[in-house]
Design a protein around this ligand. Structure first.
Ligand SMILES: N[C@@H](CCC(=O)N[C@@H](CS)C(=O)NCC(=O)O)C(=O)O
Length: 427
């Protein structure tokens, strides 16, 4: 699978090896948090098993904070890299159907290492059967990966997969066509990604830069060929589907389906990549479609909200990352994207250590207080006995024929003949 792009196991294993080799301080960004609606299917919670399965990755296990950021258990979580990539259609779908979720975004470090430890630390600890990004985890329930499976599951669950078997079939077909187009697109934007090509072009992944170079000779050639030779036929397909559907939506549904949302997002990314790509007269139906898609109240509300991040577009090692819409520098200085430096990570570990020490001190304090209370109770009991003894003396009871004080020492007890019990017994 391609990290940030289409499936390519060769790429994934190369990247994994590279990541483990380049292990450094994890960097992270904090995904925004939204309140949850219940998504549980009632499946048994397996976190106890997952706890036991935890193992060390890159020399250490994930901390509780890292685990609960990946999945807080309070809300469903969609995990992905911090970019639109192949997860944005799912984010869009979730906003469209009104499901609240944690938008968990993992960071990739800067070139040339592109450290991915932020994700790799938790990857094998989330109870995913096929660990990958994007993932979808529901509290106490389902854990899914594979973008297609997540999309279809959510669409079915929330009734945006089409109103009839025929429409549902066409929606699946349209979605697959969108995925083909996106794969071809990513083969261009990731053409210099580590492990995806035999060798990256010089200067594309420069140390000290914040991301891969925005252009290169290879990228420019592939982009031009894609826009000229491949994209038009994908656009023709979508145009034909819209014509056949005759409802304005790609599967011919009365209302938009998930396939329309996926197509809308794919075309949106293409319009950033090549702003004139829909200009041909033959693609007028697609321009009209984009107007309808963007005008859907839920889509418009999401695109205008703080939660929508127009950039990064693809991953940091792609040519299509930050700076296509706004200044990349401005983007990198935004708070949500400031990667944690090694110093900050150290500080955070120190904070965690201080918190643990404080908890220990508090625990010891509570234990000490409990012991003090116990001791006081014993002393009180002894005092009570003492008072009873004194009362017995005062009443001149036969049990205690006191010679001096009333202390219940054997030396103070005398038998009727005035002999101390202690001396009589030879103590
Ligand atoms: N077929 C999978 C591909 C998943 C994939 O390639 N994920 C990339 C990001 S787009 C990745 O970096 N995964 C993390 C990993 O391999 O650990 C899907 O559609 O979800």
């Amino acid at each position: 699978m391609l990290a940030g792009g289409p499936s390519d196991s060769r790429f994934a294993s190369a990247v994994k090896k590279e990541d483990r080799k380049n292990s450094a301080e994890p960097t992270r960004i904090h995904g925004h948090v939204e309140h949850a609606s219940s998504m549980s299917d009632g499946a048994p919670e397996r976190d106890s098993v997952i706890q036991l399965e935890r193992k060390s990755v890159m020399g250490r296990s994930p901390t509780e904070a890292e685990m609960s950021r990946a999945f807080s258990k309070k809300r469903p979580a969609l995990g992905y890299w911090d970019n639109r990539g192949i997860a944005e259609p799912i984010r869009l779908l979730l906003h469209y159907v009104g499901v609240e979720f944690d938008d968990v975004r993992f960071d990739v470090g800067p070139p040339p290492a592109y450290d991915k430890s932020d994700w790799l630390l938790v990857k094998d600890h989330l109870g995913l059967s096929a660990p990958n990004l994007p993932y979808w985890i529901e509290p106490g329930g389902l854990r899914l990966t594979q973008s297609h499976a997540i999309t279809l599951y959510l669409a079915q669950k929330h009734g945006v997969d089409g109103e009839s078997a025929a429409v549902r079939g066409r929606a699946i077909m349209a979605h697959e066509c969108v995925r083909d187009c996106v794969s071809a697109f990513m083969a261009v934007t990731y053409c210099n990604a580590p492990g995806y090509c035999d060798a990256a072009e010089d200067g594309v992944h420069a140390a000290g830069a914040l991301q891969a170079a925005r252009q290169s000779a290879r990228f420019n050639a592939k982009r031009d060929a894609y826009l000229k030779e491949k994209l038009p036929s994908h656009l023709d397909t979508f145009t034909t589907m819209l014509r056949h559907g005759a409802t304005g939506w790609v599967a011919g549904s009365a209302e938009p389906t998930y396939a329309d949302l996926c197509l809308g997002e794919a075309l949106d990314q293409h319009l950033i990549f090549a702003p004139h790509c829909l200009d041909a007269p033959a693609h007028e139906p697609l321009r009209a479609f984009m107007g309808r898609f963007r005008g859907l109240p839920a889509v418009a509300a999401y695109h205008q909200s703080e939660r929508f991040k127009a950039e990064p577009l693809h991953n940091r090692y792609a040519h299509f990352h930050c700076g296509w819409l706004h200044s990349a520098e401005k983007y990198y200085t935004q708070r949500h994207y400031t990667p944690r430096s090694a110093g900050e990570a150290k500080k955070s570990r120190r904070r965690e250590l201080c918190r643990d020490i404080l908890a220990l001190v508090l625990l010891l304090g509570v234990l000490g207080a409990m012991m003090a209370v116990g001791r006081t109770a014993i002393e009180f009991h002894e005092l009570e006995e003492h008072v009873e003894q004194e009362a017995a003396c005062a009443a001149d009871l036969p049990m205690c024929n006191m010679t001096g004080c009333c202390c219940p020492s054997p030396a103070n007890f005398v038998d009727a003949g005035g002999v101390s019990l202690e001396s009589a017994s030879g103590i």
